[in-house]
Design a protein around this ligand. Structure first.
Ligand code: PMP
Length: 492
């Protein structure tokens, strides 16, 4: 399949049957919204809202877009804005996962964090302030009819077409903006009225289940936090208010059943999907499956149940979903490691690094001599070696100018020059490893030696002795610049 741009790949997500998690006699079908280009259901509304605004002329070419989002809408908008050339600002509560912030910034968006204590309302108010002050366009995902409409036109259409004449016993979803809920259930009522619309919400923040109405203004826009809101694990679900879009679905009597879902059950279901079906999704998806498993218990033999899985699990690596997933080998893995003789971490079996025989050329020896005597701070380095980057970060943090002799870079490849320089260095200091640092002609050692020298003060003494200026900053922890896979070894 060929596409003219990434935006054409939004939607048409697969419907995948569960084979090991579903109870016998019931067909559980998952709508995998992680197959959207940026990995979530919100790609649909990001594209729909921007194109709707373009058609209406409410968004001008090059105008900045600002939106309050728990992440997925922002990530979808960032893709759409990047592809179409609109700058994007996202306001987001600080409590959403770090991956979301980084993804957004990688896609070129600016992320303005808001205090977690101010919840969803706070981030929305901040976006409004910024829009008013700077003349930005606001997609207003919680109110914009283009949100439910795209689910009516695409998500629901895809589901109905997938099943054709085969009856759908139930459709199970949570809600955030309520766009998926309102759009799909409206289409179901029109074309498949026998389908039960089942809506899941966090058990500790059952806003709909409470029956307590949302305080709203004359336009149906929420004016305050709902009294039953509590912080919960299902990022993207149940903000601290019932949106106008969700309220429309309630008022139209689209909801047949409400199911509360416990956070631990949601994470367990997400793990179950990964480990028993090979389907990798986030927490709200796990929560929806947990609800669907409840529906399946009451379902007639042969029933087809459609489960909305809104996003990918990759967005949750820093959240409790991965809380029990260790970076280190567990007992079982260590036992596997030691079940064969080689390539283990108990010392005697670690193979010694193989070192090329040392022979040096006169011009390489002269080059090393010249560099270490002429440069105040020099590091013999490999261009992309993580330990070399560790020291580059340290020198940068200290504002110390240094020369990095990157012996494996293109510049050093003619006539095997880099290899010769490495051999000359090895011969000079009798150490084969890289990086190696010299200050004022004095050899200090490699990465760990330099970090230790920084923390015991001797590196700074060398700088002082050579008249090298550096930034004094007691807060620098040089170990934190080490590669992330080593942090556990140095944090003890
Ligand atoms: N799950 C996740 C992970 C989400 O980001 C969202 C969107 N906020 C939802 C579920 C709910 O979708 P909707 O906004 O259409 O109700």
């Amino acid at each position: 399949m060929k596409y003219q741009n990434i935006l054409e790949t939004v939607g048409n997500t697969p419907m995948v049957k569960l084979n090991r998690v579903a109870p016998p006699g019931v067909n559980l079908w998952c709508k995998l919204e992680s197959h959207n280009p940026m990995g979530s259901v919100k790609d649909r509304i990001a594209l729909a809202i921007i194109e709707d605004a373009e058609r209406r002329g409410t968004l001008q070419p090059g105008q900045t877009v600002v939106e309050a989002t728990s992440g997925n809408t922002g990530i979808g908008l960032a893709m759409v804005c990047a592809a179409k050339g609109y700058p994007l600002v996202v306001t987001m509560a600080e409590s959403f996962s770090i991956e979301r912030r980084k993804l957004l910034r990688f896609l070129g968006a600016r992320v303005v964090l808001t205090p977690a204590s101010e919840k969803g309302t706070g981030m929305k108010k901040k976006a409004e302030e910024l829009a008013e002050k700077h003349g930005y366009f606001m997609p207003l995902q919680f109110e914009n009819p283009a949100n439910p409409d795209v689910h009516y036109r695409t998500t629901a259409r895809e589901i109905l077409d997938d099943f054709g004449d085969t009856p759908i016993h139930a459709w199970v979803s949570g809600f955030g903006t309520g766009g998926t809920l309102q759009g799909v259930s409206r289409a179901m009522r029109e074309e498949s009225p026998a389908t039960r619309i089942v809506v899941a919400e966090p058990d500790n923040a059952a806003l709909l289940g409470s029956g307590v109405p949302q305080a709203v203004d004359e336009n149906g826009i929420p004016t305050s936090s709902h009294p039953h809101f509590r912080p919960h694990l299902m990022q993207g679900w149940t903000p601290d208010f019932i949106s106008r879009i969700t309220q429309h679905a309630i008022d139209a009597d689209f909801i047949d059943e409400l199911l509360p879902v416990n956070g631990a059950d949601a994470m367990a279901a997400s793990r179950q999907l990964a480990q028993q079906e090979g389907i990798f999704v986030g927490v709200s998806a796990g929560a929806t499956l947990a609800a669907a498993l409840e529906v399946a218990k009451q379902a007639p033999e042969g029933a087809n149940i459609v489960v909305m899985l809104p996003d990918t699990g990759e967005r949750y690596l820093s959240t409790p979903l991965f809380g029990e997933i260790s970076e280190e080998m567990n007992e079982e893995e260590l036992a596997l490691s030691t079940s064969t003789p080689g390539y283990r971490f108990d010392s005697e079996t670690v193979a010694a690094p193989t070192v090329a025989p040392v022979s040096s050329s006169a011009d390489a020896t002269a080059f090393v001599e010249k560099v270490v005597t002429e440069e105040p701070v020099v590091m013999f380095a490999l261009e992309w070696c993580e330990f070399c980057w560790t020291l580059r970060k340290l020198f940068d943090a200290l504002d110390v100018p240094f020369r990095s002799v990157d012996i494996d870079s293109v510049e050093y490849q003619d006539d095997n020059w880099g290899v010769k320089v490495r051999q000359a260095l090895h011969q000079r200091i009798d150490i084969p490893t890289i990086p190696q640092v010299f200050v004022g002609g004095q050899h200090l050692g490699g990465c760990t030696e330099v970090i230790k020298a920084y923390h015991d003060g001797s590196l700074l003494k060398y700088f002082d002795a050579c008249g090298i200026h550096y930034r004094r900053d007691d807060s620098i922890n040089a170990w934190s610049f080490m590669p992330q896979w080593l942090h556990s070894r140095y944090s003890a």
